[in-house]
Design a protein around this ligand. Structure first.
Ligand SMILES: Nc1nc2c(ncn2[C@@H]2O[C@H](COP(=O)(O)OP(=O)(O)O[C@H]3O[C@H](CO)[C@@H](O)[C@H](O)[C@@H]3O)[C@@H](O)[C@H]2O)c(=O)[nH]1
Length: 402
């Protein structure tokens, strides 16, 4: 379904920002939640708060809770991608629909996300007379797969029309550098968070720990191997040897299957008693969850381009134990703001959790360091940086901003 609903740009209180009409193309359907979709939704809202007009185009069908400024093309298909499932739309009709949406939108700037993915954000790149185009690259695939070398030359020439490239992390840049033409200006700008909502959240008594019953949390899609839930479970079994009263709180889809898998382990019944599956929670409850925990664990094993969940936990002042994936190393300033453990090593993970549980002063120090670091990811700062990139693209393209 194609329908236009982007409102007129309003005036803005910042003299250096004339209101822009921004068209954002998301490669993934908004019917299923995901890091890229959440990023686009929150970024669009932050831009609109500043008086800019935003319209988003994405594959898939409309759902009741979708904002009116999200336009959908009516169809998508699921493919396995980077350890997860991506809902894309690619074929002829998708190209025609996307290019028509760009033409009708009369945008000052078009912002493509993951234009290398075979989906709608790939399509405007072949348009004649398109507005300046900026792209954000989210994916981090390390080591870089040999199979992708086959597409490098194609992508290299296809991405040529881009004015500027944004990478959500140095890890994402390392991946995109394989196929992005050298002539395109490059900027590392992190994913954003609504920092105040975590900072100001109140702890929830049900999830708060005590000396005897500390709470240790996990958040993510449980059924995806790369989210590392099995590492968390192995680490929990070891932590319980030293802290038998510890509680393991789990947020995310897939709880029933995950509980079944724990029950089937040796000694699984006793272990399962220490787990509480909270399912998918709303954003307010998520902020309270992070705020209540003694330790948040991010045991992801790969495929992470940034690590927004670390940034969220840090903004709540929650001490973080995370695997040492390149993206997590960047987010935590080489481990200054979190305890890092060797990826997939549950014994190391348990050691770090126990060290923090035994030392409240260390927990407090880490919580404070993370809180400070999370300021770098606040939407207000991230939006400033992206607008500076838009200005540079417009200056190069049409000289429209000043
Ligand atoms: N409210 C709520 N939010 C959730 C839930 N589960 C996940 N989320 C939120 O969904 C977002 C993405 O979560 P991830 O687990 O990091 O998912 P992803 O789709 O693999 O994220 C990818 O993109 C992110 C942003 O670019 C990257 O930061 C991340 O590393 C990864 O590459 C985060 O804001 C996370 O808090 C839930 O049950 N409830």
């Amino acid at each position: 379904m194609l329908c236009m609903s982007s409102q007129e740009p309003a005036s803005t209180d910042r003299p250096d920002e004339r209101p822009l009409r921004v068209g954002i193309v998301c490669p993934y359907s908004f019917e299923t939640p995901g890091g890229v979709q959440n990023h686009i939704r929150d970024f669009s809202e932050a831009l609109m708060r500043r008086g800019h007009s935003v319209s988003v185009f994405a594959p898939g069908r409309r759902t009741k809770d979708m904002p009116l400024w999200v336009q959908t093309n009516g169809s998508s298909f699921a493919v396995p991608y980077n350890g997860s499932w991506a809902h894309l739309s690619y074929f002829l009709a998708a190209g025609l629909q996307t290019r028509r949406w760009v033409r009708q939108g009369q945008f000052d700037i078009v912002h493509l996300h993951e234009p290398e993915a075979p989906s709608v954000s790939h399509k405007p790149l072949v348009m004649r007379g398109a507005p300046p185009m900026v792209a954000t690259f989210h994916a981090s695939i390390e080591p870089y797969p040999k199979a992708l070398h086959l597409f490098q030359r194609y992508l290299h020439s296809y991405l040529e029309p881009l004015s500027e490239a944004i990478f959500v992390s140095p890890a994402a840049q390392r991946t995109a550098d394989h196929y992005l033409p050298v002539s395109i200006s490059r900027h590392v700008i992190p994913n954003g968070i609504d920092r105040a909502s975590y900072l100001l959240a109140r702890p929830d008594r049900r999830w708060q720990g005590t000396l005897e019953h500390p709470t240790i949390g996990f958040l993510g899609r449980l059924e995806e191997e790369r989210k590392g839930f099995s590492v968390f479970v192995d680490a929990a079994a070891r932590v319980l040897e030293r802290h038998p009263g510890a509680r393991f709180l789990v947020v995310g889809d897939g709880g029933a299957e995950a509980a079944k898998a724990i029950a089937e382990r040796d000694g699984g019944a006793a272990l399962l008693e220490r787990f509480e599956f909270l399912g998918r929670v709303d954003d307010d409850a998520k902020a309270r969850f992070y705020k209540s925990l003694d330790v948040y664990v991010a045991p992801q094993t790969g495929g992470e381009s940034f690590g927004i969940v670390l940034a969220e936990a840090m903004a709540a002042g929650c001490p973080v134990v995370a695997s040492d994936l390149p993206a997590f190393v960047d987010v935590t300033e080489q481990g200054l703001d979190a305890e890092l453990f060797a990826n997939r090593d549950a014994a190391d993970c348990a050691e770090r959790i126990c060290a923090l549980l035994a030392d409240p002063a260390r927990r407090a120090r880490l919580g404070k360091a993370g809180l400070k670091r999370s300021g770098d990811f606040d939407w207000e700062r991230v939006v400033d940086e992206v607008l500076a990139v838009y200005r540079s693209a417009l200056a190069d393209g049409q000289g429209a901003l000043s």
